[in-house]
Ligand binder design. Structure first.
Ligand SMILES: *Cc1c(COP(=O)(O)O)cnc(C)c1O
Length: 564
């Protein structure tokens, strides 16, 4: 275990997340939640914050997206090789599930930041000889399986994770729960802070909640009630019989089902949403809790195209460590900014040609849209009025590049992918539309850097934050987005990008508002006023990049959530 030694005395905070996007070759993430966790890890290393990260190994990943010619998505296991990137540690712990021990071993990934500082990421694995065939598969499929499989994974992450950290010799005083998936760690802490009842018949809590709250920070990401992780009590009792007192659990996690968000809300001393609007929405859903807002940010070095990275380094040598300096982006020479953009755009055009065999025009603007394919992201909004869209493209030609995965059980999301393929066929010769399969970190980086316009059409208030538009801004790509999540805080109409509709207006008008913006503001500016377009690119880099970055976000977590 010598590889952990340098970390043990220094690290006092553990960050738990079901998914972490460490690098694109490690399939330990599905989307925004994991990307955020990865960007936090990278910033913790940059800022030398004393944090260890804990996640599942997810040997078979989320899934590999295969798309047939008609747009039908099928899912393949997305295996990756832990041996190529991580080292198995010589430690094991067990958690009892259904009264049987399930053994867990951690793998260690060490992330090294540009100036050499390192942070550890632990990936929990149950594929061990000590386990039966069923148990060995428990850390294979990220968000796979049924409720039982999921709850077992959450037991491994939350309860197993805490036990692993202790077995490895970490002395931790704070646990950060990224979303409710890690909430069961609070129960392991409750058991550590058990108070024997004063009298045998006493009904009050026999746990020291204050001690647990002092040690827990909870970041929630789900602005809808239905999206919350919940499990029937019978299932919980079957998997974890007698783990904590049932009355206490019901008071903490809800009466009818074990609600992981409620459990975490009740046992975290600091709770936050991931944008101001999201914190307000959460406070309405859960009256009586204080919900702070720490707006998300993205990791500057990770999401900036090489050409722009070199330009920034030439003008602001410390920009990766301190992206705030991009507040001076107006200083950048406009022709240089445009040259960097053309370089990112030609990389995207090459990627599209290699991936789906379609050629794009480097002179016409590219509208990029890459999202989880699900109802509230409204991937079909752009295509609501095809006549108007075609008329628009006849006057101001543009092309559309799409990407995104639908959860295997999201029938509507899969139908949307089929429909996007049908629309692309229907529009052939009028508007070039391509759908890139296998949306992941690599595809995302090509898209957020190489598009001209980054489109976002969520149904408010369901986009808790959104982060891909921030990545776009680091590359001078202009956002055209419904006002929800982070964009409410970042949008200055015509300066940093454009809104679709107004804050609080009815969602029915969003398609018309989108066409109006494209027709009156966005496309005419691109074609008739390239000078002003380039100025806007710099304004986006400056006004968005300097604030919506993960260094600022981590400094806020450090001072407001960790140093309480
Ligand atoms: C950034 C990113 C996301 C999250 O983007 P949103 O704007 O929140 O939709 C999802 N998936 C991948 C691969 C990403 O890189």
């Amino acid at each position: 275990m010598s590889s952990l030694d340098p970390f043990l005395s220094r690290i006092h905070i553990a960050y738990f997340s079901m998914e972490i996007a460490v690098r694109s070759e490690m399939h330990t993430y599905s989307g925004g939640l994991g990307i955020l966790a990865g960007d936090m890890a990278r910033s913790c290393a940059d800022l030398e914050l004393p944090v260890v990260f804990v996640t599942l190994l997810s040997r078979a990943g989320y899934f590999r997206q295969v798309i047939a010619a008609d747009g039908q998505q099928t899912e393949q296991p997305d295996w990756w090789e832990p041996e190529s990137w991580c080292k198995p540690l010589d430690a094991m712990v067990a958690v009892e599930i259904e009264r049987k021990p399930v053994w867990i071993r951690p793998w260690l990934y060490i992330h090294t930041c540009p100036h050499g500082h390192q942070i550890p990421i632990l990936l929990l694995d149950t594929d061990l000889d000590q386990n039966g065939a069923e148990e060995r598969k428990l850390t294979n499929y990220l968000y796979g399986g049924d409720d039982t499989y999921r709850l077992k994974q959450e037991i491994i992450l939350g309860i197993g994770g805490i036990r692993i950290l202790r077995a490895l010799g970490f002395d931790l005083h704070l646990y950060h729960l990224n979303e409710g998936h890690a909430a069961l760690l609070t129960l392991e802490l409750l058991n550590r802070w058990r108070i024997p009842p004063a009298e045998p018949t006493a009904r009050e809590f026999s746990y020291d909640l204050v001690e647990v709250r002092n040690r827990c920070v909870f970041t929630t990401h789900t602005p809808v009630d239905a999206g919350q992780d919940r499990f029937p009590y019978e299932l919980f009792e079957r998997l974890l019989p007698g783990f904590v007192e049932r009355d206490a659990l019901k008071q903490l996690a809800g009466d009818d089902r074990v609600n992981m968000t409620r459990l975490a809300l009740n046992l975290a001393g600091y709770v936050n949403g991931v944008a101001r609007r999201h914190a307000e929405t959460t406070a309405h859903m859960f009256p009586g809790y204080r919900i702070h807002a720490v707006t998300n940010g993205v990791h500057a070095g990770t999401w900036t195209h090489d050409a722009f990275a070199q330009l920034y380094t030439a003008h602001f040598p410390q920009w990766q460590h301190e992206p705030e300096i991009l507040v001076r982006a107006l200083q950048l020479p406009e022709d240089e900014v445009w040259r960097c953009h053309q370089s990112a755009k030609s990389d995207l055009i090459r990627h599209v040609r290699e991936s789906v065999g379609v050629g794009l025009d480097s002179d016409a603007p590219i509208l990029g849209f890459a999202r989880r394919m699900t109802g509230y992201k409204r991937p079909l909004l752009l295509f609501e009025d095809l006549d108007r869209l075609v008329d628009l493209a006849a006057r101001w030609p543009f092309q559309v590049v799409l990407a995104g995965k639908a959860h295997p059980r999201d029938a509507d999301g899969k139908a949307a992918i089929r429909q996007l393929h049908a629309l692309a066929r229907q529009l052939r010769g009028k508007i070039t539309c391509v759908f890139l399969p296998g949306y992941d970190m690599r595809v995302a980086k090509a898209l957020v850097a190489g598009s001209d316009i980054w489109l976002n059409t969520p149904l408010p208030p369901l986009e808790a934050s959104g982060t891909s538009g921030m990545k776009a801004a680091f590359n001078g790509v202009l956002n055209l987005s419904v006002l929800d999540g982070w964009w409410i805080e970042a949008c200055i109409d015509g300066v940093t990008g454009w809104p679709i509709g107004r804050d609080g207006d009815s969602a029915e008008g969003h398609a018309t508002a989108l066409y109006d913006q494209l027709d009156r503001a966005v496309l005419p500016l691109f074609y008739t006023n390239p000078e002003q377009w380039r100025t806007m690119m710099k304004q986006a880099i400056g006004n968005i990049g300097y604030y919506f970055n993960s260094q600022r976000m981590m400094r806020r977590y450090a001072t407001e959530a960790y140093l309480r």
